[in-house]
Design a protein around this ligand. Structure first.
Ligand code: FES
Ligand code: FES
Length: 183
């Protein structure tokens, strides 16, 4: 019995150390309109793949378990937390990261400009995630009410700004300015 147990433990050890950890899957990621053929372990997150395999380090990682929203990217125009997804789940989907926003090296996306104008960032760590979340609102829900906007933005965390200026920035980009002073 002890012998059998040891054998099973040895098999589990070999699978974990030398088996599954070396299995990779070849997938095509489409990020910011460009193809990224990558070979990834099935368990690798989309966030890590975007940063490490595609070299797009604008997407930040904070909590790595779906709470802070720092890793938010757009997938088929909807915001997703890239730390909660496996890269293989994103194969052949349209991914957009913060690097896609500025139309050129000398121009900013209206949402980026609004964040600057309204002082909506300090350390900037949360900013890529907020920008992608806000861009999805800008594109998909331009007539959103202030109450709905507060609810939508509450999905992401910022440790610096106190949120009011982020709210103002998004409202400014959306063309509304009804922000009250109780963020
Ligand atoms: S890093 Fe993904 S939600 Fe915090
Ligand atoms: S600007 Fe520092 S965490 Fe938001």
């Amino acid at each position: 019995m002890v012998k059998n147990l040891l054998r099973r433990l040895m098999i589990i050890y070999i699978i974990q150390e030398e088996g599954f950890s070396k299995v990779t899957v070849s997938i095509d990621l489409k990020i910011n309109g460009r193809a990224y053929p990558v070979a990834v372990e099935p368990r690798k997150t989309l966030a890590d793949t975007i940063r490490e395999d595609c070299g797009l380090t604008g997407t930040n990682l904070g909590c790595e378990h779906g709470v802070c929203g720092a890793c938010t990217v757009l997938m088929d125009d909807e915001p997703v937390r890239s730390c909660l997804m496996f890269a293989v789940q994103a194969a052949d989907r349209e991914i957009r990261t913060v690097e896609s926003l500025a139309p050129s090296e000398t121009e900013l996306h209206p949402m980026q400009q609004a964040f600057i104008d309204e002082h909506a960032l300090q350390c900037g760590f949360c900013t890529p995630g907020f920008l992608m979340l806000a861009t999805s609102i800008y594109e998909n829900r331009p007539g959103v009410s202030e109450e709905e906007l507060r609810e939508l933005l509450s999905s992401n965390l910022c440790r610096c700004t106190g949120y009011l200026n982020i709210l103002k920035a998004v409202q400014s980009a959306l063309g509304s300015s009804s922000t009250t002073q109780h963020a």
